[in-house]
Design a protein around this ligand. Structure first.
Ligand SMILES: [Zn+2]
Length: 359
């Protein structure tokens, strides 16, 4: 039986441990201790990624979540109002993804208490998911025994199963102009900020179509108001669940920079890095079919969702580990309004237990 008060206490304890991406030492140690206390054979790599295994019958099943939280928020003070857990309003809550971690811990403990049969379990808790899935990328996937699993790292009604996620390209652009005194001879300069501004204003951004998005997120440049700036650094991204559309979008963004640079006599360096690759499951993919059936048995309406964001599942898919991402009930993640209803946390955990027992 899922123990609601224990589940909530675990969650509250986890969110109180600071764990912005890249600063996971404390949470990694805490989780290693918890996994070992549940009888798991725990391995940690030099980055803090954790793998823990329990024997069982049948084929290995991975249960995964990430231990880091988005942004730089620390000192999270969870509060419960009307059955919903919030932060104090000044930080994120960290339900992304500690609700997933807490659900996994509670499922393992309750299965043990009930003596319920289950497949051999491989729990993978990654670091630095929020910074380009960096922890899952660094994890030595050749160590993993499972070729199927569930990643608890989505919002949406309980019963939500993510069946596809985009590819993402990360973009680093440097615009070069020419320095000049802004007051005495501006005509000798090429204003790199102006080149960047013209390019960004001209390019397609935001929602491009149902499966494609693009963003310019960071811009830095210039040194003083009286100097025509000769260098601007820009970071952006583009995503699509269709790799041809993604390529076309990135070409359009590069062309906008190139055109603006040529018009103004500047120069552009445009670097593209593939952050992760798209994947696509169907309702017949065994992990999806299992989740749908388990949701129906518990009375939750299954919702198959195409996501606009990547998850560790994208990285595992590249290594032939088929994972469905499922909802933990987290809402408005990455904002100070983030919250999670206790009833949803309990239902997500009950659903995970049902999935595990029947996998
Ligand atoms: Zn997450």
């Amino acid at each position: 039986m899922i123990n609601q008060s224990r589940l909530i206490q675990t969650f509250l304890d986890l969110v109180a441990i600071d764990s912005p991406s890249g600063h996971e030492a404390a949470i990694s140690q805490d989780l290693a201790r918890r996994l070992a206390a549940l009888g798991g054979a725990v391995e940690s790599d030099e980055h803090g990624n954790l793998i823990a295994r329990w024997p069982g019958q049948g084929g290995w099943l991975m249960l995964s979540a990430h231990m880091d939280t988005a942004g730089a928020d620390t000192g999270i003070k969870p509060q419960i109002r009307d059955g919903v857990i919030y932060s104090d309003g000044t930080t994120i809550l960290g339900g992304d993804d500690k609700s997933g971690v807490a659900a996994i811990l509670e499922v393992i403990q309750s299965l043990q208490e009930d003596g319920a049969p289950h497949p051999p379990l491989e729990v993978v808790i990654s670091v630095s998911e929020e910074v380009g899935l960096a922890g899952a990328k660094l994890l030595d996937k050749s160590k993993l025994l499972a070729c199927r699993g569930y990643v608890l790292d989505s919002g949406g009604p309980i019963g939500t199963v993510v069946i596809s996620a985009p590819s993402q390209d990360s973009l680093r652009i440097t615009v070069f102009g020419k320095k000049a005194h802004a007051g005495s001879e501006p005509e000798k300069g090429v204003n790199a900020i102006r080149v960047a501004a013209e390019a960004i204003a001209a390019m397609p951004l935001g929602r491009i179509d149902a499966e494609t998005t693009a963003n310019i997120g960071v811009i830095e440049g210039g040194t003083a108001t009286n100097i025509v700036p000769d260098e601007v650094h820009i970071r952006g991204e583009a995503r699509s669940r269709d790799n041809d559309k993604l390529a076309a979008q990135v070409v359009a963004m590069a062309a906008a920079f190139q055109d603006a640079a040529e018009r103004n006599g500047g120069r552009v360096e445009f670097k593209i890095t593939r952050s992760y690759n798209t994947y696509r499951l169907t309702e017949d993919t065994p992990v999806v079919a299992h989740a749908i059936a388990a949701a129906r048995r518990l009375g939750f309406a299954p919702v198959l969702k195409a996501s606009g964001g990547g998850a560790d599942a994208n990285i595992y898919a590249e290594h032939d580990i088929t994972c469905a991402v499922i909802s933990t009930g987290m809402v408005e993640v990455h904002t100070p309004h983030e919250h999670i209803a206790i009833a949803d946390m309990v239902d997500a955990t009950r659903l995970l237990a049902e999935i595990v027992m029947t996998s």
